[in-house]
Design a protein around this ligand. Structure first.
Ligand code: FMN
Length: 370
């Protein structure tokens, strides 16, 4: 029977062991690194006897044992089996997203969840919080933001919800500081504090898996009245902008957002950056990285709706130059990682960069179902 290597396959070292993980259906398996030589020989459907001949520096017994172990771990698949056709289907579906996206997805699925009682006991035994609840730049120059917050948020909910659009054309009207202050406080500020048994946590207007509020807001400001262009951190406990570096231009904004010109026209960008250990100290399971990304999406939506209610045009992008963004904000991109860029400014009354409505002809070019 001919065998082939699983198409979904990642090998790595973990805690001193060499691990091969076939996915979507295999489990991580510790191997001797020499087993990769046998795996390499099964790039396409191959008879194990041929591999035995080709790997003449290994004994037949060694190769046979390795093949058996690799089959059991799902790393080698047999031809004309359900496993093999599932593997082909996987390769077709995930295509160029493999291995980075598919490995993360499958390696973090179907994980065990601790039962609530065990978790409660663990929480009781735990030492005080190991993470800092707030990010602060205590030495930085700061701008204390105006209070009370603007009352412009009373726009009817249905108007806000249906009025929200992604904007890519902005006027050069400066955004008032009070408007920015309301947007930041409403989206990122604490709404209340709770006792989680281990420490105090705060909540926001958006739900946050884990309630660790691991996402900080950094700003690159270009056109806000009374604020010099520059990069800032929003200190949400203080309701202030902490100056990180001076100067910020339209060209730089566009470049940082993966050379998208529209981003250069925004009055300001807000970079959501995760503090890794704020989340990880509570949830050591790697699956929780998914939750961090989902949390960023929730904050993005609240930002967009709040900006809309304030008369601003919101935008967002997952496409940005990670390392230059981190460098510009003074983030180490190790413990503090930029994940999502939001933007806003006053919407241009005659936008050039908005998609036209779909017409009958558009639907003629569209596959609506199977
Ligand atoms: C996570 C995310 C990433 C996005 N990235 C980009 C982007 O890189 N460039 C862009 O022009 N629009 C980007 N958008 C905007 C989408 O293109 C937009 O939401 C979509 O076309 C639907 O339009 P609407 O937001 O007006 O409903 C992004 C939106 C989201 C939610």
């Amino acid at each position: 029977m001919r065998l082939r290597r699983s198409r979904g396959l990642v090998c790595y070292w973990h805690a001193g062991s060499f691990i091969a993980h076939a996915y979507p259906h295999g489990a991580p398996t510790a191997l001797h690194p020499a087993a990769t030589e046998v795996l390499s020989a099964f790039g396409d459907w191959t008879d194990p006897a041929e591999v035995n001949k080709a790997l003449e520096h290994l004994t037949a017994e060694t190769v046979d044992e390795a093949v058996e172990a690799l089959r059991e771990a799902g790393l080698l698949l047999a031809e004309d089996t359900e496993q093999a056709s599932r593997d082909d289907r996987f390769a077709r579906q995930w295509g160029p997203w493999d291995p980075e996206a598919s490995f993360f997805h499958y390696a973090t699925q179907d994980v065990p969840y601790p039962d609530e009682e065990a978790q409660a006991q663990e929480t009781e035994q735990e030492s005080p919080a190991l993470f800092e609840l707030f990010t602060e730049y205590s030495e930085a120059d700061r701008i204390f933001l105006p209070r009370p917050l603007s009352t412009d948020l009373r726009a009817p909910y249905d108007q806000v919800l249906h009025g929200r659009r992604t904007h890519r054309d902005f006027t050069e009207d400066p955004v008032p500081l009070s408007t920015l202050a309301t947007l930041l406080s409403t989206t990122f500020g604490p709404t209340d504090f709770v006792d989680c048994g281990r420490c105090a946590l705060f909540r926001r207007t958006s739900p946050a898996g884990g309630a660790r509020q691991e996402l900080d807001a950094y700003l690159a400001i270009r056109n806000v009245a009374g604020v010099e262009p520059g990069t800032y951190h929003y200190n949400l406990r203080e309701h202030s902008l902490e100056l990180l570096s001076e100067g910020f231009t339209s060209e730089e904004g566009a470049h940082l957002c993966a050379d998208q010109d529209w981003a250069g026209g925004a009055a300001f960008l807000v970079v959501l950056s995760a503090v890794v250990d704020r989340m990880l100290s509570k949830y050591p399971t790697p699956r929780c990285y998914r939750v961090v990304l989902i949390n960023a999406g929730h904050l993005g939506q609240t930002f967009a709706l709040t900006a809309t209610a304030l008369g601003l045009g919101p935008a967002q992008t997952g496409a940005f130059h990670d390392t230059p963004v981190a460098d510009r904000l003074g983030l180490d991109n190790v413990g503090r990682i930029p994940l999502y860029v939001l933007a806003a400014g006053y919407p241009h009354p005659e936008p050039q960069d908005a998609p036209p409505p779909a017409e009958l002809d558009t639907f003629r070019r569209t596959t609506l179902n199977g």
